[in-house]
Design a protein. Structure first.
Length: 162
């Protein structure tokens, strides 16, 4: 064993809000289709205010793909499984996280976690409090996803209770 933490991705259970989206192949999913799935899931679990800039040529380069509003504001950058955020996207995500925003970088393999976040079924630790669970897809003020942060790389991540 390499000593590196492993990331366990599980298939959503039949009764979960993400089950109907799990059929798409992670490797074949385009970013446009991935975005459509996330928006549909968000609306399915009650996020009626979902914003995406349709013509980003006249918008600030790197601003997150989605803004979701319900009882809180979530800003999300969506990426295919193997693509990395641009420098401009990293700058925006980091600045927003440092300002206290709830910011994520979501990939198709994060689907079950996304369902938990959007459904509001777990106490989140996105403002670095003592809550029970910090999502691995959370963007941190140090410029990384939580699961890529040097501070958390050596620590096992607790999963939320079902």
């Amino acid at each position: 064993m390499s000593g590196r933490p492993t990331t366990r991705t599980s298939r959503p259970t039949a009764g979960s809000p993400t089950a109907r989206f799990a059929a798409a192949s992670v490797a074949e999913l385009s970013e446009k289709d991935w975005q459509r799935q996330v928006v549909e899931l968000a609306r399915l679990v009650g996020w009626q205010h979902v914003y995406h800039t349709h013509d980003s040529r006249r918008s600030a380069h790197g601003f997150p793909d989605l803004a979701l509003v319900r009882e809180r504001l979530i800003l999300v950058e969506l990426k295919r499984e193997t693509t990395r955020p641009t420098d401009a996207q990293t700058d925006w995500l980091t600045a927003l996280a440092a300002a206290g925003a709830e910011v994520y970088l979501w990939r198709p393999s994060d689907l079950d976690e996304i369902g938990q976040i959007l459904a509001g079924r777990v106490p989140l630790r996105w403002r670095w409090s003592d809550a029970a669970w910090t999502p691995r897809s959370l963007w941190t003020p140090d410029g990384h996803r939580h699961d890529q942060s040097a501070a958390t790389a050596a620590q096992p991540q607790r999963s939320p209770a079902p």
